[in-house]
Design a protein around this ligand. Structure first.
Ligand SMILES: *[C@@H]1O[C@H](CO)[C@@H](O)[C@H](O)[C@H]1NC(C)=O
Ligand SMILES: *[C@@H]1O[C@H](CO)[C@@H](O)[C@H](O)[C@H]1NC(C)=O
Length: 286
């Protein structure tokens, strides 16, 4: 058992397990997205092993779901990111006759899928939300109750244009997110989202989630760190070291311009044995 343990430790740094005459390439655990993770979790992976990434609720994966450990000891492709919902600074809607407190536009932006709101009946009634930070809107996710729906998703642009991200018409028979991808190149400078009813029925919405890119935005920097991994989003990569290792003075790199990370030397150092306070220096000294 101890032998096996040592073999794993020793081979982690060279990327290849030598067993007899057969070389089996291996990969270290991969970088991973903030607000998400991957599975299966192992201390070491062999060439051909496949992992899948996931995102937490209401965040959505941008990039490849699956990655494979290659013969080179690298994971194929890029580490995906999880996009958290873009915040709305203000929401409103054309209301029903219900008292405002019971039927509030906020219920479609409160992160609770079981609290829903509804507009007045009749086409052209709408729900709208203004984004805290305008940007490139690439996706709107809508959680609907089980009813007949007919609506169009519109992006509200800085220049006053309203451009469609698609429609949905029909009966919703399973509770799930409805996805609307907003087409390029017209999805830039978006300041808000409007959901416009296309039917005589009241428009019922339980949750509206917008995903925007705000600038700058970056992809996987592909920095390989011995005994450590990066936790990524579109703006920053944060260093995490394996147990027994401590972080370098720089602990993160940042996306400074679209596609460009600043350069910082990130590494993990083996933790030294604590010498204790026998030299008289206490923990509270600077
Ligand atoms: C919602 O807010 C927008 C922007 O302030 C405004 O133009 C619109 O009239 C409002 N709609 C309703 C129904 O209050
Ligand atoms: C979208 O963008 C293209 C190219 O810039 C333009 O020709 C087209 O009119 C735009 N569509 C809308 C609905 O504004």
């Amino acid at each position: 058992m101890a032998m096996l343990f040592w073999m794993v430790v020793l081979t982690c740094s060279c990327g290849v397990v030598i067993s007899g005459n057969i070389e089996v390439p291996e990969c270290e655990p991969p970088d991973y997205p903030q607000w998400g993770g991957y599975g299966p979790r192992q201390d070491v992976y062999l060439a051909g092993d496949v992992i899948h990434y996931y995102c937490d609720t209401d965040t959505y994966i941008g990039g490849n779901f699956y990655r494979r450990c290659e013969d080179t000891g690298d994971w194929i492709g890029h580490t995906p990111v999880c996009d958290p919902p873009s915040r709305f600074s203000f929401v409103n809607q054309t209301t029903t006759a219900d008292p405002a407190g019971m039927n509030d536009a906020e219920k479609a932006a409160d992160a609770l899928r079981d609290s829903c709101t509804s507009t007045k009946e009749g086409p052209d009634n709408y729900w709208m939300g203004m984004l805290t930070t305008p940007g490139q809107l690439f996706r709107v996710m809508i959680f609907l109750p089980k009813v007949n729906v007919a609506y169009e998703v519109l992006m509200l642009k800085q220049n006053g244009q309203e451009i469609s991200c698609g429609k949905k018409e029909g009966f919703v028979d399973n509770l799930n997110w409805e996805f609307h991808n907003c087409p390029e190149p017209n999805n830039t400078d978006v300041i808000g989202v409007k959901i416009r009813s296309l039917s005589a029925e009241p428009l019922k919405l339980c949750e509206v989630v917008a995903h925007t890119l705000t600038f700058p935005t970056c992809m996987d920097p592909h920095v390989r760190i011995e005994n450590g991994r990066l936790q990524l989003n579109r703006k920053a990569a944060i260093l995490n070291c394996d147990a027994g290792y401590t972080r370098s003075p720089s602990t993160r790199i940042e996306c400074v311009r679209t596609g460009i990370w600043n350069r910082k030397n990130l590494y993990c150092m083996e933790r030294q044995w604590e010498t204790g306070n026998n030299d008289g220096i206490s923990d509270t000294d600077p």
